[in-house]
Design a protein around this ligand. Structure first.
Ligand SMILES: [Cu+2]
Length: 174
């Protein structure tokens, strides 16, 4: 219930500032992918995983229904469930994207699975196309990440911790 209230408050704030700052600019931002990364296969394996945050900025509920990529003929949307204390992966036929909300694709949760991954030598990023039930498909370029955890987020679009929890100041003016 608390989440619901916060959600409404945030939506109301956005609506207000939108009118003040973007008069005459009334297309909505649609669905935005951020903090995307693809983990390449472990040595001897050919399965990669894709993670990102997906935010539906539109006013309509939508649904991610498919993903594709030149590096793999088979890209599936997966989730993790705990079964008898063991995390198991399961394919899902889509992920709901409620209007105004974000869904995290992360280790232990939703993720993309790229089977029989084919990477060129020295390849550093991957093209991924996401297909939605309503919104038009979007192709994004996703950086490949190392397995050693050394690759820090480079695009400055990660979770913007600025130290402190000052409420009310949404610094992002785009
Ligand atoms: Cu999986």
């Amino acid at each position: 219930m608390k989440h619901l209230c916060l959600g409404f408050a945030a939506a109301a704030l956005m609506a207000c500032s939108g009118q003040d700052n973007h008069a005459g600019h009334n297309h909505d931002e649609g669905i935005v992918i951020s903090a995307a990364r693809v983990l390449p296969p472990f040595p001897g394996r050919d399965i990669s995983a894709g993670y990102f945050e997906i935010t539906n900025h539109s006013h309509k509920d939508d649904r991610l229904i498919a993903a594709s990529s030149p590096i793999s003929e088979t890209v599936e949307i997966h989730t993790h469930n705990e079964v008898d204390g063991v995390m198991k992966m399961r394919r899902v036929d889509g992920v709901d994207l409620p209007a105004g909300q974000s869904v995290m694709f992360k280790p232990g949760g939703y993720h993309l699975m790229f089977f029989k991954t084919k990477l060129a030598e020295g390849q550093t990023d991957v093209s991924v196309t996401l297909t939605y039930e309503t919104a038009p498909p979007v192709t994004i370029i996703v950086p490949l990440e190392g397995h050693d955890g050394t690759s820090a987020p480079k695009n400055g679009h990660g979770s913007g911790y600025k130290g402190g929890h000052d409420k009310g100041s949404h610094g992002s003016g785009n």
